[in-house]
Design a protein around this ligand. Structure first.
Ligand code: PMP
Length: 390
C-alpha cells in the first residue's frame, strides 16, 4: 500500500490517552486524569435541545451557526468579558473549541510560518500547527513565574517568520492565569510585531481569584486576536461538541470558508442547548465553579503538606504539582503511582518537555474521590520518601 501522509506520521499520539488506555485495563483505579467536568449538563439546557428536536429543528443551520446563538454569545462576551464582536460577520459556531483551534491554524498558516506556543501547552495545539504546515516555536513557562508569559520571553521568540502566538489562560495543564496588568506588558510587543494571537479562553469562566482578562479587551490589538471558547468546560457540555471563534471579519470569513466545506454547521440541537446555556445557565456555572474551588483548595493544601511543591492554580480544574523530590521522572512517577496505588495522573511531559518534573492532576472529580486518591498518594510517598533538594 502507498504511504500515508508524512505529516500525520510525524505526529505523536496524545500522552494523555496513552496513559488512560493502560489505566482502563486495570481494576480499582482512581483516576485524577480526565479534563472533563464530572457534572452532567444542567437539565434545563438539555430540555431546550429536546424541545428544539420535537419542533422539527433537525436540519442544518446557517454555516456560521444559528444567528440567535451568535447574538447571545456576543452579548455574553460583551457583558462578562468586555469583548465586542459582530454576530453576523465576526462569529462562527464550531464543533467544540477543538474545531476552532484547527480552523484558526489553517486560516492563518502558510508553509513555514512560525507559531509560538507555551511549553507546557494543551496537547492539541502542536499537532494542529503541524497539520497546517506551520513550525512550532516554544516558550518555556516557569514555575517560579507562576507559569505566566513574560514580555522578555515573548520578544525573544518573535522572528520575521512569526505568524501568531497561541495562548491559553487560564491554562491547561498548569492552572496559570494572566491578569489584565500582565497583558498590558505584552500588548505593545504584539502590536509592534503585528502577529496574530489565538487566544483559547475555554476556561475563562473558571477564573477563581481574579477577574478574567483577555487580550481581546485591548482595542489597539483587538483585530489581531482570535478568541476561541466553548461550552464544554463552563457548562459541563463536553459531549455536545459546541464551541465558537470570535475574530475580525477577514479572519472569521476565512475560518468560515474551511468550516463550510468540512462541517457545514455545528449540530443543531447542541446549538439550541447553547442558547439556553448562555441565557439562563450562569447560576449553574457559578455553582460548579464553587465546587471546583473547594476541591482546588483541598488539593493544593494537602499536596504542599505532603511535600510536593504546588503552585496555587488561579483557574481551570487542574493542579500541576512538582514531583522532583521523588527523584523520579514524571513518567516513572505516574507509572509507579498507577501500578502500586492504582491512582492515575498525567505526566507533565504529555504537555511538552518543560512538563518534566511535574504531573497534572484534574479536580473535575468529587471531593470524596479526590480525598481517596490523596490518601493513596500519601501511602505512596511513605514507600518512596521525598528527598531534600534546593
Ligand atoms: N482547549 C483546551 C485548553 C482544552 O483543555 C480543551 C479540552 N480539553 C479544549 C480546548 C477543547 O475543548 P472542546 O473541543 O470540548 O470545546
Amino acid at each position: 500500500m502507498k504511504e500515508l501522509s508524512n505529516v500525520v506520521q510525524q505526529i505523536k499520539p496524545s500522552g494523555i490517552r496513552k496513559f488512560f488506555d493502560l489505566a482502563s485495563t486495570m481494576e480499582g483505579v482512581i483516576s485524577l486524569g480526565v479534563g472533563e467536568p464530572d457534572f452532567d449538563t444542567p437539565w434545563h439546557i438539555c430540555e431546550n435541545a429536546i424541545y428544539s428536536m420535537s419542533n422539527g429543528k433537525t436540519h442544518y443551520t446557517a454555516n456560521r451557526g444559528l444567528l440567535e446563538l451568535r447574538k447571545v454569545i456576543c452579548e455574553f462576551h460583551r457583558i462578562r468579558y468586555g469583548q465586542n464582536y459582530d454576530p453576523e460577520k465576526e462569529t462562527l459556531i464550531t464543533v467544540g473549541g477543538s474545531e476552532a483551534i484547527d480552523l484558526a491554524m489553517r486560516a492563518l498558516i502558510n508553509p513555514g510560518d512560525e507559531i509560538i506556543v507555551m511549553d507546557p501547552n494543551y496537547v492539541a495545539y502542536e499537532p494542529s500547527i503541524q497539520l497546517a504546515g506551520g513550525t512550532v516555536v516554544r516558550i518555556r513557562l516557569k514555575e517560579e513565574n507562576d507559569f505566566k508569559l513574560l514580555p522578555e520571553d515573548l520578544k525573544a521568540a518573535i522572528t520575521p517568520k512569526t505568524k501568531a502566538i497561541m495562548l491559553n489562560f487560564p491554562s491547561n495543564p498548569t492552572g496559570g492565569v494572566m491578569t489584565y496588568e500582565d497583558y498590558e506588558k505584552i500588548v505593545p510587543i504584539i502590536k509592534e510585531s503585528d502577529i496574530y494571537v489565538i487566544s483559547d479562553e475555554i476556561y475563562a469562566e473558571l477564573s477563581f481569584d481574579q477577574e478574567f482578562a483577555s487580550l481581546a479587551q485591548f482595542p489597539e490589538i483587538r483585530d489581531q486576536v482570535i478568541v476561541i471558547n466553548g461550552f464544554s468546560k463552563a457548562f459541563a457540555m463536553t459531549g455536545w461538541r459546541l464551541g465558537y471563534a470570535l475574530a475580525n471579519k477577514e479572519v472569521s470569513g476565512a475560518m468560515t470558508k474551511i468550516h463550510q466545506y468540512v462541517i457545514m454547521s455545528a449540530p443543531t440541537a447542541a446549538q439550541y442547548a447553547g442558547i439556553e446555556a448562555m441565557m439562563h445557565g450562569i447560576d449553574d456555572v457559578l455553582k460548579m465553579k464553587n465546587d471546583y474551588l473547594n476541591r482546588r483548595n483541598l488539593l493544593v493544601n494537602r499536596l504542599n503538606r505532603m511535600g510536593f511543591k504546588t503552585n496555587c492554580p488561579h483557574g481551570t480544574f487542574y493542579v500541576f504539582p512538582n514531583i522532583q523530590r521523588t527523584g523520579m521522572t514524571s513518567d516513572e512517577f505516574c507509572s509507579k503511582l498507577l501500578e502500586e496505588e492504582l491512582v492515575a495522573c498525567v505526566p507533565g511531559t504529555a504537555f511538552g518537555d518543560s512538563g518534566e518534573g511535574f504531573i497534572r492532576i484534574s479536580y473535575a472529580y468529587s471531593l470524596d474521590h479526590i480525598k481517596q486518591a490523596l490518601d493513596r498518594m500519601e501511602h505512596f510517598i511513605q514507600n518512596h520518601p521525598l528527598k531534600d533538594i534546593d
